[in-house]
Design a protein around this ligand. Structure first.
Ligand code: PEP
Ligand code: MG
Length: 324
C-alpha cells in the first residue's frame, strides 16, 4: 500500500481526462518543506508564520524572519512559495505579549490581519523580511482573516512603501510580489466582487470559513456533525468564490483540512477547484484520488451536487460518484 503510493512521487496529479491539478503543500517546518519538495508539490501554498512567534518570550527579529522565509524559498528551488502573514490571536497561546489575553470571543477578536494592522511596526518587520526573501525565488504573501477591502488596501500600501525603501537601500527584491487574501470570513467571500481587483490570488481557508458560516466552533466536539463542509451553504459559497476567481484570472486554492482529505477531492473538483494546498503527509493519497477522477464528468454533475438539500444528499452524491 505504502509502496504503491510511493510510486506516485514522480507522477503528475492528472485527471483521467488529462487535466493537471496543482497540489501545493501546507508547511510549517524545514522538514515539511523538504518533504513537499521530494513529493513533487507544485510549491508551498500555505506557510504558517505563527510558529516563529510561539513557544518563546520575545518577538523574532526581522533578520531571523528573513532567514526563515529565505530558507523556505531556497528549499523549494524555484517553485512558488506562499507565506502567510501572522495569524495570531487570543486563540493561540503566545508568550510574547503580542496578542490580547482574555478576549471574550477569541475567534471573533483581534487576530490575523486585524492584529497585524493594530501593531503596524510588527507587520512592517514581517513585510520587510518577506520582501527581502523575495530576492531568492518566487514568493507570494497571503493575508489571513480578511473581512474588508480596506484591510487589503492597507497591507498593499505598506508593502509598496517598504519595497521602495528596500530598493533605495540597495536590496534586491522581486519586481512583483503577489499579494493574496485568505477567504475564511464569510463577509469576504460574499463581498469578493468588490475587492477582487485589489488581490492577486486567493486561498479559501475552509477550517475557519466553515466555523464562521455555520456558527460552529471548529474545535468543539460536542457539535458532532454540525461542523462539516458537507452543508449546502458551504458548497454554494465555495462554488461562487471559485467561479469569480477564475473569471477574473485570479489563482485560487483551498488550503483548509478538507483539501488533504482524499474523500473530498471529487467534490472539490466538481466545484471547479484546480489548486489544492495540503499537508505533505496527505499529498500522495489526494494525488491518487485525483488520478482516478474524470474532471469533465464531475463538472457535469456539479448541478446535482449544488441541488443537494442536506448532508445526506451530499454524502449520496459522493458515494454515487466515488469513482467516475
Ligand atoms: C483555515 O482557516 O482553513 C486555514 C487554513 O488556516 P488556519 O487553520 O491556520 O486557521
Ligand atoms: Mg484560518
Amino acid at each position: 500500500e505504502r509502496r504503491q503510493l510511493n510510486r506516485l512521487r514522480r507522477e503528475p496529479s492528472r485527471t483521467t481526462d488529462g487535466v493537471d491539478i496543482k497540489l501545493y503543500a501546507n508547511a510549517e517546518s524545514r522538514e515539511d518543506v523538504a518533504e513537499a519538495h521530494a513529493l513533487g508539490a507544485a510549491g508551498v501554498g500555505l506557510y504558517r508564520t505563527e510558529f516563529l512567534f510561539l513557544q518563546r518570550n520575545e518577538l523574532p527579529t526581522e533578520e531571523e524572519q528573513f532567514r526563515a522565509y529565505r530558507d523556505v524559498v531556497l528549499g523549494m528551488t524555484g517553485r512558488t512559495v506562499t507565506i502567510r502573514t501572522l495569524d495570531l490571536g487570543a486563540d493561540k497561546a503566545d508568550r510574547t505579549g503580542l496578542a490580547l489575553r482574555n478576549e471574550p470571543n477569541p475567534a471573533l477578536g483581534l487576530r490575523g490581519v486585524r492584529l497585524s494592522l493594530a501593531r503596524p511596526h510588527l507587520l512592517d518587520d514581517q513585510l520587510r523580511a518577506l520582501l527581502r526573501a523575495s530576492g531568492y525565488g518566487p514568493l507570494r504573501v497571503l493575508v489571513p482573516m480578511v473581512s474588508t477591502r480596506g484591510e487589503m488596501l492597507s497591507v498593499r500600501h505598506r508593502m509598496q512603501r517598504i519595497a521602495g525603501e528596500l530598493r533605495a537601500q540597495g536590496h534586491e527584491i522581486a519586481d512583483h510580489v503577489p499579494l493574496g487574501a485568505m477567504i475564511e470570513v464569510p463577509a469576504a467571500a460574499i463581498a469578493l466582487p468588490g475587492f477582487i481587483n485589489d488581490v492577486d490570488f486567493l486561498s479559501i481557508g475552509t477550517n475557519d470559513l466553515i466555523q464562521y458560516l455555520l456558527a460552529a466552533d471548529r474545535n468543539n466536539e460536542a457539535l458532532g456533525d454540525l461542523y462539516t463542509p458537507l452543508h449546502p451553504a458551504v458548497l454554494r459559497l465555495m462554488r461562487d468564490v471559485i467561479r469569480l476567481a477564475h473569471s477574473r484570472k485570479r489563482p485560487i486554492a483551498v488550503c483548509g483540512e478538507i483539501a488533504g482529505d482524499a474523500r473530498f477531492a471529487p467534490l472539490l473538483l466538481a466545484l471547479g477547484l484546480e489548486e489544492f494546498s495540503l499537508h505533505p503527509a496527505t499529498l500522495l493519497e489526494v494525488r491518487r484520488r485525483i488520478r482516478e477522477c474524470d474532471l469533465s464528468a464531475l463538472r457535469a454533475r456539479a448541478p446535482a451536487l449544488l441541488r443537494a438539500r442536506d448532508r445526506n444528499a451530499i454524502v449520496r452524491w459522493l458515494d454515487n460518484h466515488a469513482v467516475v
